[in-house]
Design a binder for this molecule. Structure first.
Ligand SMILES: Cc1cc2nc3c(=O)[nH]c(=O)nc-3n(C[C@H](O)[C@H](O)[C@H](O)COP(=O)(O)O)c2cc1C
Ligand SMILES: CC(C)CC(=O)C(=O)O
Length: 384
């Protein structure tokens, strides 16, 4: 075979290996359409959907659109550094992978592909309690910094065991998800009779194979296993079973931020679970500043929900977040192109953030201040 032919064959195989599509996506939202094409409807709906009227689902994204960025010009922006640290761990950008369940619904390599992408991008990954791959397999597949997300089961011993396994496997923090005493009402999952595959972290411990003919199997699984009575006083128990720092995910009010400080956690994640739990809860970006003010810099505040652009990250940092997490964009990248798709999603957001910082006259993440954004509650931009 001629060299030229060989080259063509090689690039063709690269083309298919990387799963290139007719037109490469130019932003993370375009990955959503690719994911929709790649996934069975039941799984796409599970990933993309929110609770009930999906008011909060729209708001999470649209509230970002209502914030303007106020650039400063004639600043030397010859060198931009978007790196930062989260809980003392250096990371390439103020961007983390949010914990999301069951990555094997998106791609056969599941969380292992996501973790490899996280490592390649020097990004911290939060691994869900409900991951498809066992947490030890994720840990041994890459050297990404990993946090472990926890749901507390009625069988406390099982939750304790998983936290201890995560600690032994080198996870660096526990993220306690506080907004899910029960699963939100996700109507697409009910209609599709969503079936969750067995969750491998629980092999030999408990069956996650809950069967119902009434709608979403996932909702049935959650109500059979999650401990809806878990409350603030029980954080003492969680602290007693681990030496890892604990972050509380799902805080939306200053009152709860103060409680989190009182129980002595190491961080807060402003989150409404990607609008999958309580519909009509506020867009996360709209409550961030109040939470940050309540916390008074004592512990880091992160945010997730609706982050789709580098400018969204910029806005969240300006309103006081130390970093943001992304949920669906990662799943869409994974569904579209596996590990490569996740890398593309993360790198697109990083590139967009870097450019936004240059155009706004901010060279480092510390240079981004409240004065760089204007919300609808600030002085109007013009008087018309
Ligand atoms: C399909 C899916 C599964 C999720 N699974 C979990 C989970 O297992 N644990 C958890 O704490 N949050 C879970 N979340 C919520 C995410 O951690 C995060 O809060 C949310 O996705 C952020 O919003 P975004 O998707 O708009 O980025 C899940 C979200 C989605 C979309
Ligand atoms: C397995 C589920 C409970 C994961 C989850 O939190 C979600 O679907 O929002």
């Amino acid at each position: 075979m001629s060299v030229a032919m060989n080259c063509i064959m090689r690039s063709c195989s690269d083309f298919f290996l990387k799963g290139y599509m007719a037109a490469e996506p130019v932003n993370v939202t375009e990955f959503q359409e690719l994911a929709r094409q790649a996934l069975p409807k039941m799984y796409y709906d599970y990933y993309a959907g929110g609770a009930e009227d999906q008011y909060t689902l729209k708001e999470n994204v649209e509230a970002f659109h209502r914030i303007n960025i106020l650039p400063r010009v004639l600043v030397d922006v010859g060198k931009i550094d978007i790196s930062t640290s989260i809980l003392g761990y250096r990371t390439s950008a103020p961007l983390m992978i949010a914990p999301t369940g069951m990555h094997k619904l998106a791609h056969p390599e599941g969380e292992v592909a996501t973790a490899r992408a996280a490592a390649a991008c020097d990004t911290i990954m939060a691994v869900s309690f409900s991951s498809s791959c066992p947490l030890e397999e994720v840990a041994s597949s890459c050297n990404a910094i990993r946090f472990f997300q926890l749901y507390v089961y009625k069988r406390r011993d099982i939750s304790a065991l998983l936290v201890q396994r995560a600690e032994r496997s080198g996870f660096k923090a526990v993220i306690l998800t506080a907004d899910t005493p029960r699963l939100g009402r996700r109507e697409a999952d009910i209609k599709n009779k969503m079936i969750a595959p067995p969750l491998r972290n629980f092999d030999g411990l408990i069956s996650t194979d809950v069967v119902t003919d009434k709608g979403s199997n996932l909702a049935a699984y959650a109500s059979a296993t999650f401990d809806a009575s878990f409350c603030w006083k029980d954080i003492t128990w969680l602290k007693s079973i681990t030496n890892l720092p604990i972050l509380i995910k799902g805080v939306l009010t200053p009152e709860d931020a103060i409680k989190a400080l009182e129980v002595g956690v190491s961080g807060i994640i402003v989150s409404n679970h990607g609008a999958r739990q309580l519909d009509y809860s506020p867009a996360t970006i709209s409550v961030l500043e109040e939470v940050v003010e309540a916390v008074q810099g004592k512990i880091p505040v992160l945010l997730d929900g609706g982050v789709r652009r580098g400018t969204d990250i910029f806005k969240a940092l300006a309103l006081g977040a130390q970093a943001v997490m992304i949920g669906r964009p990662v799943l869409f990248g994974l569904a579209a192109n596996g590990e490569y798709g996740v890398k593309r999603v993360i790198n697109m957001l990083k590139e967009e953030l870097e450019l936004s910082m240059a155009l706004a006259g901010t060279c480092t993440v510390k240079d981004i201040t409240r004065g760089h954004v204007r919300t609808q509650h600030d002085r109007p931009l013009c008087k018309i």
